[in-house]
Design a protein. Structure first.
Length: 552
């Protein structure tokens, strides 16, 4: 009896947390939503979340049960907020890619959703976290939060920075600490100093109160105040956003982690990576989106014991170029609504070092943000100048999404300013900007991502058989429909849809969509124990991709 009661209490607590997450989605509070989903897992709601991932009716029924107790309206299956919550649950307990696909489907199928803007921002954030592209600025060296998202770094006259590392006699009081662990910190500081060619320098400080960077050890993960963290770094800055202090804590791996710490060499390298990573934060770096970088938010196996080229490029941009001082001033001008002043500062920053790709990305982001605010104030002329500058900066960018976003906003600004001729000229350069162009792949979004849209997609493909963008959207629709069939245990129907999608793939299409179609088809084949066909699909997918570059 006691065991059953405990299970019921756990289930109730899990649904309470899920309903709180649903309320956060309704107010597009994504970080709080994530916190409540994590709380649901802690409260024993893993079973509900796993089932909700593939069963929207089950999720809505559970949420409606909590709503009834609180005298709130029931949650119907047609609720877009419930569908968004289901996608976010998937990101917690399943594949991030599957969650991203689900959010894309929600966005396309619900163009009038009031919070569509915020949902698209969440989608971009998830895609950036998943991407493996080299760093761009911001947000590679820009500190999130604080004044104007300015670039937080130490003043040049502060070097060498004073560093306090507790001696063995002090650190040995922390459970799990081993004599000599302090040397790992010293080695990590030496590595950053050498890799910066002496531009960044440190000196050991015996008095903790006099140090700029204070290092410490923790035996319990709760001391780090972040779930799953093995190290943390807190930074403080002055009004000008220059760093004035930093504190680092690293987990020792005490007896609670005995299995992990049996291999002395692995433990040493693991701690070395954590120390290097947190020192990077103490110098002003944020997380990298690339899984290969030292500043990636997840630890590596095997551990990374040296900063990568991208890590050092970010550090160089932060400390060896004065261009970011001007960019910071431009950001402040944007926040103050001084768009024309921001434009002058952007041009000044670009003139300093036009070849700095990271600076160009930062200036593009700054120009676009300034233009967005100018549009809100109906200052269309200034917005057009800023967007034209952003368009020129994206010409050398690797991000097609960024360029598309800039062009669409510029097209809108031309229309708002009454410059129809300029808008038409822009449409000639990029036909997708013309909302009436049935040949445009974006034209298909109006039909949604559902089975009823199939005839419209087929007609678009028949008219434009060589348009790879149309083929890409059609493949994505077929993958979504195949997943629907899999939820109904219709494996053969899913295979039929995915086989059709595979037949639409062509060389030159994004590797992401090729991997999505082939990966989904392989999984269904393997579930059906059709391993030869799974291998054949993998070979066909590999043949569609460009060959890897030859090694030097």
């Amino acid at each position: 009896m006691e065991e059953v009661a405990a299970t019921q209490e756990s289930e109730a607590a899990g649904w309470q947390s899920l309903y709180a997450a649903y309320a956060c989605v309704c107010h597009h509070k994504w970080r709080m939503t994530s916190d409540w989903l994590r709380e649901a897992l802690r409260e024993g709601g893993a079973t509900q979340m796993l089932q909700s991932r593939g069963d929207l009716a089950y999720l809505c029924n559970g949420l409606s049960g909590v709503a009834a107790k609180q005298n709130q309206a029931a949650v119907p299956e047609t609720s877009v907020n419930a569908q968004v919550l289901q996608a976010l649950i998937t990101s917690k307990v399943g594949e991030t890619e599957e969650a991203i696909d689900a959010l894309k489907r929600v966005i396309v199928n619900n163009p009038t959703y009031p919070a569509l803007k915020f949902l698209k921002e969440k989608l971009r954030e998830m895609e950036f976290e998943r991407s493996n592209h080299p760093w761009m600025t911001p947000p590679d060296v820009a500190q999130i939060g604080g004044r104007s998202n300015r670039f937080s770094k130490w003043r040049s006259d502060k070097f060498p920075l004073k560093v306090y590392i507790p001696p063995d006699t002090v650190a040995s009081r922390v459970a799990g600490y081993r004599a000599g662990d302090g040397q790992l910190f010293r080695t990590a500081f030496d590595i950053w100093q050498k890799k910066s060619n002496g531009k960044i320098r440190f000196v050991m400080e015996p008095a903790k109160s006099a140090a700029d960077i204070k290092c410490d050890w923790a035996s319990d993960q709760k001391e780090l105040k972040l779930p799953d963290a093995v190290g943390v770094c807190s930074r403080t800055a002055d009004r000008s956003n220059y760093l004035v202090g930093a504190e680092i804590k690293v987990l020792t791996f005490s007896t609670d982690h005995a299995n992990f710490s049996k291999d002395e060499e692995f433990r040493k390298n693991y701690l070395q990576e954590v120390c290097l990573h947190e020192i990077g934060h103490s110098l002003g770096l944020n997380h990298s989106a690339s899984e290969k970088d030292l500043m990636c938010p997840r630890v590596h196996i095997p551990p990374v014991t040296n900063p990568t080229g991208r890590d050092l490029t970010a550090m160089t941009s932060l400390y060896l170029s004065n261009i970011y001082e001007t960019i910071g001033a431009a950001l402040d001008a944007v926040d103050s609504g001084k768009y024309k002043a921001a434009l002058i500062l952007i041009e000044k920053a670009l003139a300093k070092n036009p070849g700095d790709s990271q600076a160009r990305d930062a200036l593009c982001a700054c120009s676009f943000n300034a233009a967005t605010k100018a549009l809100q104030d109906q200052d269309y002329e200034t917005a057009i100048k800023l967007l034209t500058k952003a368009r020129d900066l994206t010409s050398a960018s690797r991000s097609d999404d960024k360029r598309e976003q800039v062009l669409k906003t510029l097209h809108y600004a031309y229309h708002q300013a009454g410059k129809s001729k300029e808008a038409r000229d822009l449409e000639k350069l990029d036909p997708s900007l013309n909302p009436q162009a049935p040949s445009s792949a974006s034209f298909l979004d109006q039909y949604g991502l559902n089975r009823e849209a199939l005839p419209c997609y087929e007609e678009a493909l028949a008219k434009n058989p060589d348009d790879l963008a149309v083929r890409e959207k059609f493949c994505f629709l077929l993958v979504m429909l195949a997943r629907d069939e899999l939820k109904r245990n219709q494996d053969e129907e899913a295979i039929s849809l995915l086989t059709r999608a595979k037949g639409m793939l062509r060389r030159g299409m994004p590797e992401e969509i090729i991997d999505k179609v082939i990966g989904e088809l392989r999984r269904v084949y393997e579930w059906s124990h059709r391993y030869d066909e799974a291998d054949q699909a993998a070979r066909e997918g590999a043949a569609l991709k460009p060959p890897p570059p030859a090694e030097r």
